[in-house]
Design a protein around this ligand. Structure first.
Ligand code: G6P
Ligand code: MN
Length: 440
């Protein structure tokens, strides 16, 4: 069987152990002959390497392994690049969240002005990765997890036509895993979805089991009665994710046509979500005091006692999906997976060049979108507003336009007024000095 050479970009992240864990669990279907962790920060690489030493030992001797801060070493002779970088780190995530909350707007990693601020940092960082990859491994596949995926996908479409670049997100599959469990099924892909939307902004319209029965009506009834089963993957079982899972029932009660992506809570109930957030202690703080601190604590314990067994469950991001995507490309498996793709008629009322999230057959040459067909006015209106906001932001990046960032913020459903949009923007420009393009 063919074996592959993979580099994880952002190898020093607390999500890396989960990805390595999934790679190792699936070596039989996606064999590896090289695994590289690449990061700009060698200390973080050392930390993750130490933390994952028991996992790395399972790679076997026929798989080369190393960490590096050199792009040349990282990308030379590589088949797959798994990118999951956070430009500005959690410190800047904290700024994104807190600046918004100070102005009474939801402070969220990928939604609203916080997500767009992150977008303007992420775009150049992802471009740098792609340029470096193309220098040292022109034909490698780049599977990008870096957020905000919707904005990044639109930016990479414009600059690279997304040649051998695929943007993905684990949220739909994480939610689908809960759906499966509620129906006494095992895996997220025991249900075949029909789903449409943008990243972190979409709905399920059907969920077929292996026999071809649409289980959505039954599932809806269960959720309306009992609520959505809490997460079954380790990452989203973190206690601070609990209210997200609880809010699901409320969304479905108010808008019962389709099953929502959990991220819709921030748009449909912006004010309530904002009021639930602590402006002095946001999700970034929880992550810094949670899984980030845990990494150092676990390694410290290991340093003190070489027999200490690291608890890798603390860091298990949902890495299986990225392996499923890579495997489908590598072996032309044509698995039907939810990924981000150029619309080209899949949702006929949206422009061809919208980057949508729909089920795609993932082939050796990339994702082939399935046809969704016409969607109802309510969902279309929401999507058009969000899409306009995202497109304006990417315009702003390429044109260095203050006005277009202002329009992108104003257009976003989480922002109640143009005045607030401007106040947030002006604070964000200062906070993002050195990360954002110079706006004129
Ligand atoms: C989900 C989303 C990711 C996002 C993450 C944040 O997995 O799909 O795009 O980055 O949640 O989780 P965190 O634990 O960092 O708040
Ligand atoms: Mn995501």
């Amino acid at each position: 069987m063919k074996a592959f050479k993979v580099v994880i970009v952002g190898g020093g992240s607390s999500h890396t152990p989960g990805i390595i864990d999934s790679l190792i669990a699936n070596l039989d279907r996606f064999p590896l002959k090289k695994l590289v962790l690449y990061d700009i920060d060698q200390d973080r690489l050392d930390l993750v390497e130490k933390l994952c030493s028991s996992l790395i030992a399972k790679l076997g001797t026929d798989c080369e392994f190393f960490t590096t801060t050199s792009p040349e070493k990282a990308y030379t002779d590589i088949d797959f690049v798994f990118a999951q970088v956070r430009q500005g780190g959690l410190k800047m995530r904290e700024q994104d969240e807190k600046i918004c909350l100070r102005h009474g707007v939801v402070g969220q990693e990928t939604c609203g002005p916080g997500g767009m601020a992150y977008g303007l940092r992420s775009i150049p960082a992802v471009f740098k990765i792609i340029d470096d990859v193309r220098t040292y491994a022109p034909e490698a596949w780049i599977i990008n997890y870096s957020n905000p995926a919707a904005i990044v996908a639109e930016a990479t479409r414009r600059k690279y036509n997304n040649y051998k670049i695929l943007n993905i997100c684990d949220m739909p599959v994480a939610i689908q895993l809960s759906f499966s469990k509620m129906l006494n099924l095992e895996k997220y892909n025991d249900l075949e979805p029909t789903y449409f939307g943008l990243n972190h902004f979409g709905w399920w319209t059907h969920l077929y089991d292996k026999e071809g029965n649409d289980r959505m009506p039954e599932l809806k009834e269960k959720i309306l009665q009992f609520g959505l089963a809490a997460s079954h993957d380790k990452h989203h079982s973190d206690p601070s994710w609990a209210h997200t899972w609880q809010n699901f029932k409320e969304i479905l009660t108010d808008y019962p046509d389709f099953l929502p992506n959990t991220y819709l809570q921030y748009y449909l109930y912006s004010k309530d979500c904002m009021e639930d957030m602590d402006p002095n202690y946001t999700r970034a703080n929880m992550v810094m005091d949670g899984r980030e601190k845990e990494m150092y604590d676990q390694v410290k314990k290991l340093d003190e006692n070489e027999n200490f067994e690291v608890n890798l469950n603390l860091f298990n991001a949902f890495g299986d999906f990225i392996v499923d995507v890579a495997e489908s490309i590598a072996f032309n498996k044509k698995e039907k997976l939810l990924v981000i793709v150029e619309n080209n008629g899949s949702i006929p009322q949206l422009p061809n060049d919208a980057m949508v999230e729909v089920p795609c057959y993932v082939r050796a040459w990339g994702p082939e979108a399935t046809v969704i067909g016409p969607i109802p006015t309510f969902h279309l209106g929401m999507l058009q507003q969000q899409l306009a906001s995202e497109k304006l932001l990417v315009d702003a990046y390429f044109e260095n336009s203050y006005q277009k960032v202002l329009e992108a913020f104003t257009m976003n459903k989480t922002v109640p007024s143009g005045k607030i949009a401007r106040e947030i923007l002006d604070e964000m420009i200062i906070a993002n000095k050195g990360y954002w393009p110079e706006l004129k």
